[in-house]
Design a protein around this ligand. Structure first.
Ligand code: MFK
Ligand code: FAD
Length: 502
């Protein structure tokens, strides 16, 4: 009764966004790849993603004779989806040397957007894999550090037999938002940059990965470690050795989750796992922020993917379902409901592609100061806004199917379950609000930068003069209000009273 469509054909905003942002020749190449991939999603990928939820991961901790084996069983479709990601260059597109970085990030974000709602949550390891490549390259380890170099080559490989994926182990029992306050994992040096890690990682998603980035406190010769953020260092480790044995890691259990059921998320005991310290000692949070800023963009892609998918399905259904003697689509009240969802989604789509543009510019070394500040500012705003928006929007979309929207065999409830994680992981709404304040703190000129950027955008719009003048006046007055609000929010956040997502 409802059918997944190729979102490239179904979503005029996607095409318009890339056409506006890309030079003509790049647009033609990217659009052709997206159209082909969109067809592959409807013909193949969507079914695999659905099966990954029906056949959920399991953990067998002991073999028949009581030997601890921690065998993770994930369905074939999950592995097939990972293979497809490598073949399609879902990560490598973001790093291809012969393509302008600003083009490749727009291409990659568009491709991930198509993939995400059909991905069976393989979008999650892809996010962390991209974040790991970004971190290892930003720390300038490529070509200089053996494991980091191999990891970068494999994480962005197009060859499924070589491709690796990465995990991101930050959260511990005491703290997921307050990583520094919550981290009780200790690192004991065994040789130069090599350490043994001891600790308990409370949420570790896509645990079938090959490597992980994690945080731990280095213990000195007297057995002491620095507390707080400055005590945290960043580590890279192999999860298994070449023979497939876990590297001093026990999978204690798989999480029993509301959604993301396709995704194996484990509690891990690190019991002497061998890891390489990367980056400066005590700069772990700053180091892993490279990963966070990438996975937060991926998170927004996922939020938007769910929104686009439910709108597309609801629109399709509205042409088939008869209510009170005519199809839903003929009832203005119903089309108004759909139109509201559409407008909301389009707004965030534009913000998403702006972040991809800015990310690409920064990687091309072509960012102005304003661009760099805008990227740092827009990333948490985009993640928090799209994540927060996705849950009620998908819920409304499901209501468009009436009682059928609530039925498991339609596949629709998965979208709502999975959307609910997007405001939580990779930084909750409050934590990202505080990150926005971190961006503003001590940098008053960032608001000015924001104003300038809005001014530039308005100057480029095709509104007639009168309307443009009015819009500029509105923007100026809104900016003044925002400035006052931010100063207030900043003051009260420092006193621990507020958040600023409103
Ligand atoms: C399907 C789609 C994708 C989904 C993939 C999902 C799978 C994984 C799921 C996960 O959830 S992984 C875990 C995600 N965890 C978080 O997002 C943690 C949320 N908490 C925060 O983000 C806190 O703000 C933070 C841990 C960063 C606070 O730590 P601190 O140590 O109290 O922060 P502090 O002292 O302010 O900052 C330390 C340094 O990091 C500073 O640099 P400097 O020392 O040079 O001044 C900060 O400026 C820098 N920093 C912090 N956040 C940054 C950043 N720099 C750049 N970007 C940022 N976002
Ligand atoms: P808390 O930090 O306890 O937050 C609880 C509430 O307090 C939230 O509403 C939050 O906004 C609020 N709060 C916290 N601090 C403040 C503040 N300063 N001011 C105001 N309000 C505040 N983590 C990983 O490291 N790797 C993974 O692979 C991973 N996978 C996950 C998979 C799933 C399905 C889920 C659900 C989580 C996963 N996580 C992972 C953990 C996730 O990142 C954390 O759950 C998240 O960051 C929140 O941390 P917490 O659970 O400790 O909540």
């Amino acid at each position: 009764m409802h059918r997944v469509h190729n979102a490239v054909r179904d979503d005029p905003i996607l095409d318009r966004a890339i056409r506006r942002l890309l030079p003509e020749a790049d647009y033609m190449r990217v659009a052709a790849d997206l159209t082909r991939f969109g067809d592959r999603i409807t013909a193949e990928v969507d079914r695999l993603g659905r099966q990954a939820e029906l056949e959920q991961p399991r953990l067998e901790q002991q073999d028949a004779w009581g030997k601890r084996v921690d065998k993770l069983i994930v369905c074939n479709e999950w592995y097939k989806l990972k293979q497809i990601c490598a073949e399609e260059g879902v990560i490598s597109i973001g790093y291809e040397d012969d393509v302008d970085p600003f083009v490749r990030r727009i291409h990659q974000v568009a491709k991930l957007f198509l993939f995400s709602p059909s991905s069976g949550l393989v979008s999650c390891p892809m996010a962390m894999t991209d974040g790991a490549v970004k971190t290892l390259t930003s720390l300038n380890l490529y070509g200089k550090h053996k494991l980091a170099t191999e990891a970068v080559d494999r994480l962005r490989s197009r060859d499924p037999s070589k491709a690796w994926t990465s995990g991101q182990w930050m959260t511990e029992k005491k703290g997921g938002s307050d990583v520094a306050g919550g981290c009780d994992t200790y690192a004991v040096q065994i040789d130069k940059d090599t350490y043994r890690l001891h600790g308990y990682k409370w949420f570790s998603s896509a645990i079938d990965a090959d490597v992980a980035l994690t945080l731990a406190r280095v213990v000195d010769a007297d057995g002491n470690a620095l507390e707080g953020s400055r005590g945290l260092s960043l580590f890279l480790l192999r999860i298994r050795d070449d023979a497939g044995n876990l590297n001093g890691i026990q999978m204690v259990r798989l999480k029993n989750k509301l959604g993301t059921k396709q995704l194996p998320t484990a509690e891990l005991l690190l019991d002497g796992a061998i890891a390489e310290r990367i980056g400066e000692q005590g700069r772990g949070v700053a180091g892993i922020s490279n990963m966070l800023n990438i996975t937060r963009i991926h998170n927004a892609v996922a939020s938007l993917g769910y929104m686009r998918r439910i709108i597309s399905l609801a629109r399709d259904y509205s042409t088939k379902r008869e209510v009170f003697g005519q199809t839903q689509s003929k009832w203005p009240l119903h089309t108004t409901t759909l139109a509201k969802l559409e407008v909301e989604t389009r707004g965030s789509m534009l913000l998403l592609f702006e972040s991809a543009r800015l990310l690409g510019l920064s990687e091309a070394g072509k960012s102005s100061d304003i661009d760099a500040m805008m990227l740092r500012l827009i990333t948490p705003v985009l993640k928090l806004y799209a994540g927060k928006q996705a849950v009620p929007l998908v819920s409304e979309g499901i209501e468009c199917f009436g009682g059928q929207g609530y039925m498991e065999d339609t596949g629709l409830p998965t979208l709502l379950r999975d959307a609910q994680v997007t405001p939580i992981w990779e930084g909750t709404t409050n934590v990202l609000s505080l990150d926005v304040l971190r961006v503003f703190s001590g940098k008053e000129n960032i608001l000015l930068a924001f104003g300038k950027r809005v001014g530039q955008l308005l100057a480029n719009t095709k509104l007639d003069d009168q309307k443009l003048k009015k819009s500029k006046e509105h923007v100026e007055s809104a900016l003044k209000e925002l400035q006052t609000l931010l100063v207030k929010a900043s003051d009260s956040a420092i006193q621990g009273k507020t958040r600023i997502d409103s």
